[in-house]
Design a protein around this ligand. Structure first.
Ligand code: CA
Ligand code: CA
Ligand code: CA
Ligand code: CA
Length: 427
């Protein structure tokens, strides 16, 4: 496809998203109006104690966004402006013992000129220092993944820019990355990348999910251990696309399984230990609107050795914006209760905010970050919200200040923040 045609598709795609968002907002307003009208109409009947009992509706985000959690911002030196998006990363890239931040900017601002990939090193006390160096920055925004691809002990960076295919940047050990990076065999615009040893040969492999409808795909590429990769192993054909991909050992058998938020809904592949990936059945209807699924995260919430998966995304019929998938006899079952409904969620991460060992769920919505406790039964309980000041879009979590509780890295419509919260009863 030519650049002008691509540009046309991009504009059409973004317009489709915009129109979809307007239609979605109108439908929510219409349903809310109807609910309010019907509740008003039902009042006299309730007063006469003749109202019929009805099935309780799932709690809306507005209902759950009750308690505001105390928040400390550990964000000195991070940008206060700019439109940031794409899955960020939080890990120690310069090997000084403190977490560093990788994020990417979509729109130009004076504070952070140019589109693209940015890196800050942290001091473990909430101050951050621009460490972009000569890092190539013409790739646009996209998902990041860190892993030691060349086996020299430091974290290398894979980045799926919006404007060019994914690139790999090798770390010099002190957190400086080769300026141009190495082109990967993922030769299309991708939404996200993941690094992990899929085939068990001790060398990290690359997974990538395509961004564009009809020109997408989901693949993995065996790593050669020097920053280069072998040719693609296809998991989803080009007509499908996605928003996030990750590698996690779902069944605790020692190998990495693959999960992805795709245009077909959440998709899961089981690894045979040698890179043979077999798709696991997911008992969940495909979304009515392709591309409604935006994010997923995995953690063992009931301590049974198998991980559970939470999926977040847009609202569509019979497809709530937050879902829990749990492994049954031979397939993944949609379950969970207490899940919020009625509002789109852009990202989800697990984070141990109280240091108790079991992670909380943090989701990014229009009204801020909602923090939920997940009980072993699969019930979600709203703990409170972190008020949003930046229009959160993507999240990551990790221990920034070394106190063994997690902080949340937030990128959004006006800047980048690292937020620390305390939850009632926490450590
Ligand atoms: Ca560091
Ligand atoms: Ca390395
Ligand atoms: Ca490998
Ligand atoms: Ca596994």
């Amino acid at each position: 496809m030519s650049n002008s045609a691509k540009s046309g598709v991009r504009v059409a795609f973004e317009w489709t998203l915009l129109v979809g968002a307007i239609l979605w907002a109108a439908s929510v307003w219409w349903r809310t109006s109807r609910t309010e009208a019907s509740e008003t109409a039902a009042q006299p009947a309730r007063n006469n104690e003749t109202a019929r009992a009805s099935t309780p509706a799932p709690p809306s985000l507005t209902e759950l966004f009750v308690a505001e959690l105390p928040v400390t911002s550990l964000s000195d030196g991070l940008p206060q402006t700019g439109h940031w998006r794409g899955k960020p990363a939080l890990a120690d890239v310069n090997q000084d013992g403190h977490a560093d931040v990788v994020a990417s900017i979509r729109r130009w601002t004076q504070e952070v000129p140019g589109e693209g990939l940015t890196l800050w090193t942290g001091d473990g006390r909430g101050s951050w220092y621009d460490a972009r160096g000569d890092l190539r920055r013409d790739m646009g925004y996209g998902g990041s993944a860190l892993g030691d691809v060349d086996g020299d002990g430091d974290l290398d960076l894979a980045f799926s820019g919006h404007d060019v295919p994914p690139c790999l940047f090798l770390n010099d050990g002190a957190g400086a990355f080769a300026a141009d990076g190495i082109a990967t065999p993922a030769d299309k615009t991708c939404a996200d990348v993941a690094l992990g040893d899929i085939d068990g040969d001790g060398k990290l492999d690359l997974a990538a999910v395509g961004f564009w409808p009809l020109e997408g795909g989901l693949w993995w590429f065996p790593g050669r251990g020097d920053g280069s990769f072998d040719g693609k192993r296809t998991l989803l054909e080009d007509k499908h696309y996605g928003a996030q991909v990750d590698l996690v050992d779902l069944d605790s058998d020692g190998d990495l399984d693959l999960i992805a938020a795709t245009s077909l809904g959440p998709r899961i592949w089981q690894n045979d230990g040698q890179g043979g990936l077999t798709e696991w059945k997911v008992e969940l209807a495909e979304p009515e609107i392709a591309g409604s699924d935006l994010a997923l995260a995995a953690a063992d919430i009931d301590a049974d050795g198998a991980l559970e998966i939470v999926c977040a995304g847009m609202v569509c019929a019979d497809h709530p914006p937050l879902r829990l998938l749990k492994l049954g006899a031979d397939s993944w079952l949609s379950c969970g209760s207490g899940l919020p409904a009625g509002e789109a969620l852009f990202d989800v991460v697990f984070a141990d905010l109280d240091g108790h060992g079991l992670p909380e769920v943090v989701v990014a919505g229009k009204k801020g970050l909602l923090v939920l406790a997940t009980e072993a039964s699969g019930h979600f309980r709203a703990i409170g919200r972190i008020p949003d000041t930046i229009g959160a879009i993507h999240l990551a979590s990790g221990d920034v200040d070394g106190d063994r509780t997690h902080e949340v890295l937030v990128v959004g419509l006006s800047g980048v923040r690292v937020l620390k919260t305390r939850i009632p009863g926490g450590a």
